[in-house]
Design a protein. Sequence first.
Length: 203
Amino acid sequence: MKSEVTRDEDEHDTSTEYESDTDSGRAWSVDTEEDEGVVKSPRINYLNMQDPEPEWDVDSFDGYECYDSEDRKSFSDEEEYEEFRVFKIQAWKNKGFYGEDPFRSIFPLTDLEEPWIDMSTREYFADIASLCVKKLNEEKGTTVEFVSIVRGNMKVGDGWKLYITFMAREHPNGPLVEYQAKAMDFGGKPPFPILCRPASTIS
């Protein structure tokens, strides 16, 4: 895998598209607008939630508290709040690997055959997943083998945080098992593997 990645490639620099128009530092904010005395429903603006520095085998989603009393105060309608609360909890349960998470600006890359620098997105994800598998085997003495990519999500910020789902074998000629890999690619230096594990069950 090539270790140098140019982050200013137009087709992959999506940071502008996902930037928020507020710098309050909160995961979301509520703006109300008055039109001839009528208060409109809240408009929620999502921000990037600040992630800690990457550390091997540490999931930044662990220990996160979903409930925030400020969330409830921002909704006058109980039904709207409940819809928001369910959506927020599900985004947390997905841990970046399923669908979009607007709270953390994580979004899916749906076209795996799209060119990525000098390879396809699928090949890029395969390289990153293989790196995470190598780290897992070195650290835990396992014999996991990467097989194929299932899907991938990305968060753009100081680098590319990658959430990759792939199929693997835990033993030679063993059955296929769905795995997850997370890594940080800062560009210009080798990617940093964060975790590699069997895929969690979403409830």
